[in-house]
Design a protein around this ligand. Structure first.
Ligand code: SF4
Length: 364
């Protein structure tokens, strides 16, 4: 990218940049938070979460002070919960080792949990004005088109090449604005489908535009089909009508969130057998499985599930225990339906809770 192109890009950005809350005199903490929230998530979805999260945890120190449960609760519904757990861990590390402030250098940022090359580049360049390149999906698409790159961008070697190019093309001054301009151009103009080349400030230097190959760039090898799993969950009630919920282990999918206990169907077992087996393994309990109460489809990044939630009656703990055991869970609790709001659940379980509420209303 030459100086003329950069000047045109920045002019375009200054006229077209969206007015976003994290762009208004943002502190490094706010830039970090917004960048983490924006990973895999649309801007419109992020804005209310960002504002609520910041109101609850206005500084790195406040975030470090908060219990993980409170952090997860503010993240509930945004998905990819490892982001929240890593933010929290990193905040505690920053308080313990960096006086509660983010470092400004990419190398130091990369040592923090949840900060990879993209986020480090974004924080260093946007929050601290450092000359740091970055690559996200938008920037990769633009570079692949500007170069009319025939290489597969899912390959490590291509990524390396693109990082090199990102560093070479970075202007000496104003890297933060340049990086943001590219990302915004990718969202608004150089879109994955039907790029608006006629409005693009980079069209004079775009090889894909000249060759008419925009639709074929970037090249990405075909992904294998997304696997699908059937998952069961028990709405297990005791004699007082309370529900048994379990907290997922911290490591792994939806770590630290609460759920209606259960798990993935194995082989050709029936859903009811699956649920009974999972409850023995997870909590060492026996239940009587009743009617299927809700069926929820949900997609994660690399797989899809159908969650089957069954009404269950608690029969007791497996000998020698007298109560549920957190064997494959972090914790468990008996709670009234009204108390479920106080716990953080994933999206699929939230739909089951909405179904419970609908059923309660119908019975009134
Ligand atoms: Fe993308 Fe078209 Fe601009 Fe090239 S000219 S960078 S393909 S929008």
């Amino acid at each position: 990218m030459n100086n003329d192109s950069i000047a045109r890009l920045l002019r375009w950005y200054r006229h077209n940049r969206a007015d976003l809350p994290w762009r208004r005199d943002a502190s490094p903490y706010q830039v970090w938070l917004s960048e983490v929230m924006l990973q895999q998530t649309q801007v419109e979805t992020v804005i209310p979460y960002y504002q609520r999260f910041l109101a609850a945890f206005p500084s790195i120190a406040a975030l470090a002070d908060a219990p993980l449960d409170a952090v997860l609760k503010r993240w509930e519904g945004l998905g990819y919960y490892s982001r929240a757990r890593n933010l929290h861990r990193a905040a505690r590390l920053l308080v313990a080792e960096y006086n509660g402030a983010l470092p400004s250098q990419v190398d130091d940022l990369l040592k923090l949990p949840g900060i990879g090359p993209y986020t480090a580049g974004a924080i260093a360049s946007i929050a601290f004005g450092r000359s740091a390149p970055l690559l996200d999906g938008n920037v990769i698409r633009i570079y692949a088109r500007l170069l009319d790159l025939p290489d597969d961008i899912s390959k490590g070697a291509t990524r390396k090449k693109l990082w090199r190019i990102a560093a070479e093309w970075l202007p000496e001054l104003g890297a933060g604005e340049y990086n943001q301009a590219l990302m915004e151009l990718g969202q608004k103009v150089c879109r994955p489908r039907q790029p608006r080349c006629a409005e693009c400030p980079l069209r004079y230097n775009c090889r894909a535009f000249a060759a008419g190959t925009q639709a074929a760039r970037p090249v990405r090898s075909k992904r294998s089909p997304t696997p699908h799993y059937d998952v069961t969950a028990g709405l297990i009630r005791d004699e007082q009508g309370r529900l048994l919920i379990a907290q997922r282990p911290l490591e792994g999918l939806l770590g630290g969130l609460w759920e209606f206990p259960g798990g993935k169907r194995e082989g050709r077992e029936s859903l009811e057998d699956c649920l009974r087996r999972e409850l023995r393994e997870e909590l060492a309990i026996e239940v009587e499985v009743g009617q299927r109460m809700a069926v929820v489809d949900h997609a994660f990044t690399h797989f899809k599930i159908t969650l089957h939630a069954f009404d269950c009656r608690y029969r007791g703990a497996l000998p020698p225990y007298s109560e549920p055991q957190a064997l494959e869970a972090l914790d468990w609790a008996w709670v009234g339906e009204a108390e479920l709001e106080q716990y953080s659940f994933g999206k699929a379980d939230r739909q089951v809770i909405a179904e419970l509420a609908r059923r309660r209303e119908m019975l009134l």
